[in-house]
Design a protein. Sequence first.
Length: 68
Amino acid sequence: MPKSRGGRMTVALHPICHRTLHATFTNRQLANLGGDRIAIADHPEMIRFLDWIANKPPDFHAPTRRKC
């Protein structure tokens, strides 16, 4: 749950993954998902991202598309 919604738990994420989460979901959507990794990973845009990022090196960085 985002801090703006009263969340306290933090999870370390690679910056590109964090940007992609926020480009794909609103804070409200993330709060409703409640940190359910399976529900997040089953989203079509996240499936595409996870398939693409899987073979990249840990220090990989790329621009993130923003939600229109």
